[in-house]
Write a new protein. Sequence first.
Length: 278
Amino acid sequence: MAAPIKLFEEAAHASVYLKYRPRLPQKVFERIVEYLKEKKSKPFKLAVDVGCGPGQSTRPLAPHFEKVIGVDVSDAQIEAAVKQTDNPPNVEYRTGQGETIPVPDNSVSLVTCCQAVHWFDYAAFCKDVDRVLLPSGCLAVCAYGNFVPETCEGDLTKDKKMQQLHWNFYKGLMGAYWDDRRRHIDNVYAEFSIPYEGSIRDDSFQLVQEITVPSYIGYISSWSSMRAFLRKNPDSPNPLIGFQERLIEILGAETQTEQTKVRLKAPIVVLLGRKPPP
Ligand SMILES: C[S@@+](CC[C@H](N)C(=O)[O-])C[C@H]1O[C@@H](n2cnc3c(N)ncnc32)[C@H](O)[C@@H]1O
């Protein structure tokens, strides 16, 4: 089993991540629970969210399970998760690896992994999921692909320019700083499937967010490539300053940075699989 990749370790990254990272819509979690209910009935004692980060994919599970455990390899992410004030009482966090999930055999109704499995040793993860799942328990792997920005007013000329700016930054300046595993986000998890018979892929969801210009810039600052760029070029001026200037130029003179919103859209994939009965 390969050593875990620790790109999310710094406390500064954990807090930027928490503030600006998008959240999967509640409907995705409802879809996952519906899938579980197809072959398993309540009570659902335990769900485990692996690669939980600061817990944004963990907390939505709380209403459906007696207990939910968020697991992450990064101490900084777990610290950030524990500190959240909206943690329901039945949610707990543990430091641990997806490849050796820190819970007993045959104890879990649902394992989720959102926006994280591309960092894991996937074969070792699936093997350990099989160890911890109860019969007819489910694994749900979710991710969102790349965001495409557009104006909220549907101005196609500005949309095109914004998208050019976004992709030039993503593939140009940031291009050399993405980990090779970023391809899994580019291709929306095309290379992943759950190794249980009858497992499915649901592409019917979309992530749509309208956020202010500073939040859009904040979101880009949470990219792992941005952290890698800043580490390798500590004396370089922050490239997001130029990015924001150009963005405001495109959006127009009437732009009020704090109030003007942009819309971001990304495809979502949900992979669902069920452990067969013995
Ligand atoms: C992009 S974040 C996803 C956070 C959250 N689940 C979400 O929906 O946004 C990926 C997380 O996976 C964690 N991670 C990476 N490799 C891991 C591993 N082998 N085992 C457990 N967690 C891991 C990272 O520390 C990071 O917090």
